[in-house]
Design a protein around this ligand. Structure first.
Ligand SMILES: Cc1ncc(COP(=O)(O)O)c(C=O)c1O
Length: 459
């Protein structure tokens, strides 16, 4: 009988060792050189076996750190469909192994990685008392609870955005609004432009629907989107929308300057490209400086997205999309077709919060604490001149750029010292920065200790 090629024999042997527990799930495999000596083959044969095993999800390569038995793959399922393999080539599953490990250590570490407001800072509004008959009678149409749409209009008026309830679509968070826009207004092959870095890079929402995302560089020092790059992108691609998070940007924390806003509004008008303004951090304005949303500057060319999920927690998951009435209708119809009906309870809770006499005061209290935590953070960062902070006016995030690119090994220090941050490579192709969610900095001296230990190792 013809013998199998050597690299296949080695693949089978590695699988056997994993099954037998010699190489446990998650463990690091011997180096290519060591294994080549063991099997008395060339290193290139081992590389080939490792590559094949990585491609089918058995192994995982970590840049600068070695080859590991994948935590997601269970050899006990061999002989049945390898569902993991059906997922690996799909862009929706682009979570890196770094993020997998963060998820694993989250409970035992200082978590400044996750994006939401610390639950300690969520304002405590009185809970509405429910009357069953009243709930059954509450007026709701496909675009949301009527009372909530009115409350959103009142809220937006304070941001200089004048809208009527028929321009409001209540959504389960801003993410649902983005998803509906994608379903209704975009087709495979279209392109959208967005800032780089951007939180959208993480979502893979557009990528998985076959929509190209063109990255427009942000000048984080000058708090500007690169207008020349934007114009070039408009000239060279079939761009349908410009999606921006201009206020307290995720992940850099910056707010675009008013000149930059005027410039980009002008250029979008010239090329007739609508803007989708994602303004989910709008309430976290802790310097009190008035910031005018793009929507207030150009009401006709901007679709505006807001959310209460950041301030009330992601379990409430209520957002809104402001668009022309016919578009609101289309988006609501699309949602109905997909059977993503809106639950009435989070809408009632959100209405209660908005209409509370204490709404403004409670948000102010949260912002005071955010400001204090941010000041404490900056105080520590100043001691480490290799880290350059962006200048921010609100939001939840501080972006720190390091003096040079960090290797994966160096990013690993954060996990090892149990100080979890969001690395820049999940928001762009950059390897030189981190995002810190300072709302979660409730133990600043512990942060100082861990950050100090990491910096000692980085030197
Ligand atoms: C910029 C930005 N837009 C949208 C979202 C999603 O918001 P929601 O939780 O309301 O879906 C997030 C969540 O982190 C975000 O950072």
């Amino acid at each position: 009988m013809k013998q199998q090629p050597k690299y296949i024999q080695i693949i089978e042997e590695i699988k056997r060792r994993i099954k037998a527990g010699d190489y446990p799930i998650g463990s690091r495999l011997p180096s290519e050189r060591m294994l080549a000596e063991q099997f008395k083959v060339n290193r290139s044969t081992i590389i080939r076996s490792y590559e094949e095993l990585t491609a089918i999800g058995v192994l995982e390569r970590r840049v600068g750190s070695g080859t590991y038995v994948s935590e997601n793959y269970n050899l006990l399922f061999e002989g049945q469909t390898n569902w993991y393999q059906t997922l690996t080539n799909h862009p929706i599953s682009t979570q890196s192994s770094y993020q997998d490990r963060i998820t694993k250590y989250r409970k035992k570490a200082m978590d400044l990685y996750t994006g939401e407001l610390s639950s300690q800072l969520i304002p405590n509004f009185n809970f509405p008392s429910f009357d069953w008959a009243e709930i059954a009678d509450r007026k709701q149409d496909s675009s949301g609870l009527v009372d909530l749409k009115e409350a959103v209009c009142k809220h937006l008026k304070r941001q200089n955005i004048a809208v009527n309830p028929d321009e409001v679509l209540i959504t389960s968070g801003a993410r649902q609004a983005l998803f509906l826009i994608l379903q209704v207004l975009l087709s495979p092959g279209d392109a959208v432009a967005t800032e780089s870095p951007s939180f959208l890079y993480r979502l893979s929402l557009f990528q998985s629907a076959g929509i190209k995302t063109i990255q427009i560089p942000l000048d984080i020092q000058r708090k500007k989107i690169d207008i020349h790059a934007l114009e070039k992108a408009f000239q060279n691609n079939k761009i349908k929308f410009l999606i921006l998070n201009p206020n307290f940007h995720n992940p850099t924390g910056i707010t675009l300057t008013s000149e930059n806003r005027q410039e980009l509004i002008q250029i979008c008008a010239n090329y007739q490209i609508p803007i989708i303004e994602d303004d989910v951090f709008q309430l976290f304005n802790f310097t009190g400086q008035k910031i005018l949303p793009l929507k207030s500057l150009d009401s006709l060319n901007v679709i505006y997205l807001g959310s209460l999920s950041k301030v009330l927690g992601s379990n409430i998951n209520i957002g809104w999309c402001i668009a022309p009435p016919f578009m609101v209708k289309k988006l609501a119809e699309a949602r109905e077709l997909m059977d993503f009906s809106l639950n009435i309870f989070p809408q009632i809770i959100a209405t209660q919060a908005f209409n509370s006499a204490e709404f403004k005061e409670k948000i102010n209290q949260t912002n005071q604490i955010l400001k204090q935590r941010h000041t404490e953070l900056l105080h520590i960062i100043k001691k480490y001149p290799n880290w350059q902070p962006t200048s921010i006016d609100g939001g939840l995030y501080q972006w720190l750029t390091y003096s040079h690119d960090l290797s994966m090994n160096e990013f690993e220090y954060f996990i090892e010292e149990r100080l979890l941050i969001a690395p820049s490579f999940i928001f762009s192709q950059q390897y030189n920065a981190i995002r810190i969610n300072f709302s979660k900095l409730n133990d600043i001296s512990e942060f100082e200790k861990r950050f100090g230990a990491i910096n000692q190792r980085l030197e």
